[in-house]
Ligand binder design. Structure first.
Ligand code: ZN
Length: 72
């Protein structure tokens, strides 16, 4: 059953995801080994409101530990 309250909550979550995405896209980090720019990829899990960020070096190919962000 749908209620106005549920719809409002869903809209709020989508807005937060857009905010977090824009924050993540502005971030640039460099590889600690060779100084090349890291390539980030983000997996959105909308069911759990979770973002998993994994990064890989474009120079030497080293992968870094994925980070998890949870949207409240
Ligand atoms: Zn590297």
């Amino acid at each position: 059953m749908r209620t106005p309250y549920e719809r409002k909550e869903m809209f709020g979550a989508e807005t937060e995801i857009e905010t977090v995405k824009s924050i993540l896209l502005e971030k640039y980090e460099r590889c600690v080994y060779c100084g090349s720019k890291l390539l980030f990829s983000h997996d959105l899990n909308l069911g759990l409101l979770e973002i998993v960020e994994s990064s890989r070096c474009t120079g030497c190919g080293v992968s870094h530990h994925p980070k998890k962000f949870t949207l409240q």
